[in-house]
Design a protein around this ligand. Sequence first.
Ligand code: TYM
Length: 348
Amino acid sequence: MEQEKNMNTSAENTNQKPARKRMLSGIQPSGDLHLGNYLGPLRHWPEMIEEYDCYFFMADLHTLTVRQEPAALRRRVLTQVAQYIACGLDPEKCTIFIQSHVPAHAQLGWVLDCYTMFGELSRMTQFKDKASKHKDNINAGLFTYPALMAADILLYQPDYVPVGEDQRQHVEICRDIAERFNGIYGPVFRVPEAYIAKVGARIMSLNDPGSKMSKSNLEGCVTLADKPEDIMRKFKRAITDSDTERCVRYAPAEKPGVSNLIQIYAAATGKSYEDIEKEFEGMGYGKFKPAVGEAVVELLRPIREETERLLADKSYLESVYRAGAEKASYFANKTLAKVYKKVGLVAR
Ligand code: TYM
């Protein structure tokens, strides 16, 4: 994984022994986790817990910006906890929690709303995109979402935020908000950097390679819970390009469909783009598409099986997210208290 190079300003006490660098990230349980979520950020998280002090959460408050079916939301949050663990996040080595279990997120979110400008929120591409898709429900939460996301991040003073390419703008605005706040009150927040993978950071839809893979287009989206036959069907039907060349070559501008499949195959197998081009030289798309499907089936099989096993043990999952919320709250409340004091709120 390649990280962006621009050093941040530290708000930590420099007299202390240097602690492990910290990372934080979250995923919205607004639909089943999909291959984009997995290949973009999630599959890198288990390596990170060995080196960094990591916090990973279910961004359930964020899902409320779009109407949710309550029972389905609860089920997805629990499934996502199981999937985090099944993907290799050892709860003994990192902190796994549910956003709404740590009230400091909403509390700091409000404060940061007051340090975030209307103009900058209006420029957010995700807001524009979601507002155009949910015209009947362009609510205030959808608009101020980036300030809550900034709160999610800044509460934990992380060095890095591992995300996919589509979240880069939200990490940028988080940095701007932190710098604005620090500019007024001194170094309260560490200003974090986005941490974006080189391969897999923008997985495109299988049936519409011009759009990113997302929960809103199920046929173009492979979820972590999909059965092998469904995964194979989606890959066999994947849109490839109408060029006459019909060879497996990585060229995102000319051949977005095939290039997306190459990216997925590379991320799933660890092979380079050049090796993949050689492997399928002289073969048409007909051989390539099922090969990518099979690689993904094998990649996701252990995750699906382990998730099912974990979901049968609800008390274990509960113990994980309870312990996570406790640890996260301790850290988050410290930052929140500092912020409240700085802005002039009376301590209780
Ligand atoms: P969300 O839930 O849309 O996506 C979760 C993560 O998956 C990445 N991702 C993708 N990566 C590659 N290809 C794709 N097609 C693809 N689709 C999604 C996203 O970039 C993200 O890393 N606002 C966030 C959730 C959030 C958050 C946070 C993240 C809330 N607070 C604090 C980090 C830190 C979101 O909606 O991601």
